[in-house]
Design a protein around this ligand. Structure first.
Ligand SMILES: NC(=O)C1=CN([C@@H]2O[C@H](COP(=O)(O)OP(=O)(O)OC[C@H]3O[C@@H](n4cnc5c(N)ncnc54)[C@H](O)[C@@H]3O)[C@@H](O)[C@H]2O)C=CC1
Ligand SMILES: O=C(O)C(=O)COP(=O)(O)O
Length: 599
């Protein structure tokens, strides 16, 4: 008889009272949920757990000025700490007591901030579009969701772009300064006309397309460059999409509206300025970093670029004596693109709702570093999300040793068309189930793929397409771990892999297959799997050992190959049996092996 040793030595994470956000509540830790309800089969009751912190309310740090309407939304749900102008050191100190932070473009949320948070920070809200001031890789590694407010300041930024374009063309800022200095220089400030001129919009997204629309109203010929924008969207407003080189070579005015990314960093440099039409004029309301500022000064001095109107700079605020800012041909504003009353009110509400939603566990529509799953899909998948995590937990606990898991195959059986099933959530939860029991790493939807990759865990996904179009999105999920030994030999399938399969019945996760044995046990509490010689009285024997210790059996199921041959008994228990009782189960003569698995 090969009695498998109990798996409890793996220090499974049990429901914790001190770090509840890292506990066993699958959906909560996936999305950073504040509360979660679940149903127990026996009581059919809804229980709610507060899982954000021991304090009933989470704490949100607002690190830059936010509109009043947004603050009110936050205050209804959380303790709100408005601390503006924190030094990087002060921010790192404060962050350890915050569940979320809201910033604009002036705060660097870098790796140090995430490290200093000690795991408490769950959401970064960017009250605006550009997230280049947030270290997304570090956020993801720390399982921290980043959300932004991408729509409320679009028009404001576009209007500022047009304001700079027209002000630059007519030397408004320079002329204004000279009049205030007592001068009257009508010849010096002769401008250029916009009508009939070509404007190249670089980055045809939300702001870029609004700028294009407005520029057409000014009688300009508008072209655009954007490698990812659909041509028909551009055509619909009478704009032709062209290559980068064509755009800069033919434009009289160039307006920048792309994000700052490694690909766009200093994309306007000596080489590209040299390709521009002589005397081109540049507007930048995007990010300072897309321009090599030294190269722009040179291009202005050489007359390659006649004028520039800049709202954004590589370093903000730029040094007082920055040549670029001081240049006669430059009009500068202090990053005012989003700064209208209307935009700030809208942005504040948009980001406050996104952050509160994320803390409540709703999937944020504006998540930057997590897949966006529509609410209706999420509702449908919810029971399978719970099943996925449990199958992951069970599968890894069946591995002898635990940490040698490298290759996992997940099979989804569904009557739906393959592209009708979004498996990202399920994969994330299986990953969570596989990793959390054997490590102290916290896995959620944000960091699941990253964490798996970092641990050398390869998860492949496969679909079994069943006939028909059932109401349920999934029939069953199988998790198979290859190239490992098992603590429970019967969990090894014909293909030599540890295999567990589960289904959702009445909204509850069920284990329906272990190795080649069909079982049926609801996945609540914990389970004992026993392989025995199929004979009468076995259920009674095991049941009475557990009964003596007052361990409540919630479910029992026997799967056998053939009558009186081998059978696998799956026993659901509400309490963890003592080692002594497990030993006694193992000593029942007909029991060939057994394993205790914690869910
Ligand atoms: N100055 C300010 O206060 C404000 C600045 N912004 C900035 O404006 C920029 C645009 O914002 P949205 O239009 O809301 O963003 P968006 O995401 O809607 O548009 C950006 C567009 O740039 C395109 N793009 C990406 N890489 C590109 C490349 N290499 N070349 C050309 N196009 C590329 C994308 O395909 C996308 O269509 C962002 O940098 C944002 O941070 C936005 C609001 C206010
Ligand atoms: O939304 C953006 O990308 C902006 O640049 C606006 O930045 P701000 O929130 O005004 O600091």
């Amino acid at each position: 008889m090969a009695a498998a040793s109990s798996f409890t030595s793996l220090k499974l994470s049990t429901p914790s009272t001190t770090l509840p956000w890292k506990s066993h509540h699958s959906l909560s830790s996936t999305f950073g949920v504040a509360t979660i309800s679940f149903r127990r089969q026996h009581h059919r009751e809804h229980r709610r757990f507060v899982v954000v912190s021991m304090d009933a309310k989470p704490t949100i740090l607002v690190a830059e000025k936010l509109g009043e309407a947004g603050l009110n939304v936050l205050k209804e749900f959380a303790n709100v700490d408005c601390s503006y102008n924190l030094s990087p050191e002060e921010l790192c100190t404060k962050i350890s007591i915050c569940d979320a932070i809201i910033v604009r473009s002036g705060t660097k949320v870098n790796r140090k901030v995430f490290e200093s948070s000690g795991g408490r920070l769950k959401v970064v809200g960017r009250a605006g579009v550009g997230i280049d001031n947030v270290d997304l890789a570090a956020a993801t590694e720390h399982g921290c969701l980043v959300v932004n407010a991408p729509t409320a300041n679009t028009v404001a930024a576009a209007e500022h772009g047009i304001a700079l374009l027209t002000a630059m063309a007519r030397n408004i800022a320079q002329a204004d300064a000279s009049v205030k200095a007592g001068k009257w220089l009508r010849n010096k400030y002769v401008g250029v006309s916009l009508v009939g001129k070509t404007l190249a919009v670089m980055g045809f997204g939300k702001v870029g397309s609004e700028v294009a629309r407005r520029a057409k109203g000014l009688g300009m010929h508008v072209i655009a460059h954007d490698p990812y924008a659909p041509a028909d969207r551009a055509r619909a407003i009478g704009v032709e999409l062209v290559s980068f080189d064509e755009a800069i070579a033919s434009a009289d005015f160039i307006s920048l509206h792309m994000p700052l990314t490694p690909a766009t960093s200093k994309v306007f440099n000596d080489e590209t300025f040299a390709k521009m039409k002589k005397g081109a004029r540049i507007v930048n309301v995007a990010r300072g970093g897309v321009i090599d500022e030294e190269a722009l000064v040179k291009a202005l001095d050489a007359g390659i670029v006649a004028q520039a109107a800049l709202d954004v700079f590589t370093e903000e605020p730029p040094p007082k004596d920055a040549k670029l800012v001081q240049h006669e041909s430059v009009t500068a504003t202090p990053h005012l693109g989003a700064s209208t009353m209307e935009a700030q009110e809208g942005v504040a509400i948009e980001i406050a709702e996104a952050v509160v939603g994320a803390l409540k566990g709703e999937l944020a529509a504006t998540a930057v570093n997590a897949p966006m799953v529509p609410a209706e899909v999420l509702t449908e998948l919810k029971p399978f999300v719970a099943l996925a995590e449990k199958l992951g937990r069970l599968a890894v606990q069946l591995v002898a040793g635990g940490s040698g898991v490298k290759t996992v195959k997940v099979t989804y059986a569904s009557g739906r068309a393959p592209d009708d099933l979004d498996t990202r959530l399920l994969r994330a939860m299986i990953t969570k189930g596989l990793i959390e029991p054997i490590s102290n790493v916290f896995v959620n939807l944000v960091n699941a793929d990253f964490t798996a990759k970092q641990r050398g865990l390869r998860i492949t996904e496969e679909r079994i397409v069943l006939n028909g179009s059932p109401e349920s999105p999934l029939e069953f999920i199988q998790v198979q771990i290859a190239n490992v030994e098992s603590k429970f030999d019967s969990a090894i399938s014909e293909l030599g892999e540890i295999k567990v399969e589960g289904r959702v019945k009445d909204g509850i996760s069920h284990l329906t297959k272990v190795g080649s044995f069909e079982v049926d046990v609801s996945l609540e509490g914990s389970i004992i799997l026993c392989r025995q010689v199929d004979q009468p009285g076995m259920i009674g024997k095991v049941g009475s050992i557990l009964g003596e210790e007052n361990v409540n059996v919630s479910f029992m199921s026997v799967g056998r190959i053939a009558p009186r041959k081998h059978a696998v008994m799956a026993i659901g228990v509400d309490e963890e049996p003592k080692q002594q009782s497990l030993k006694r189960i193992g000593e029942i003569p007909a029991v060939e092996e057994f394993v205790y698995l914690n869910l």
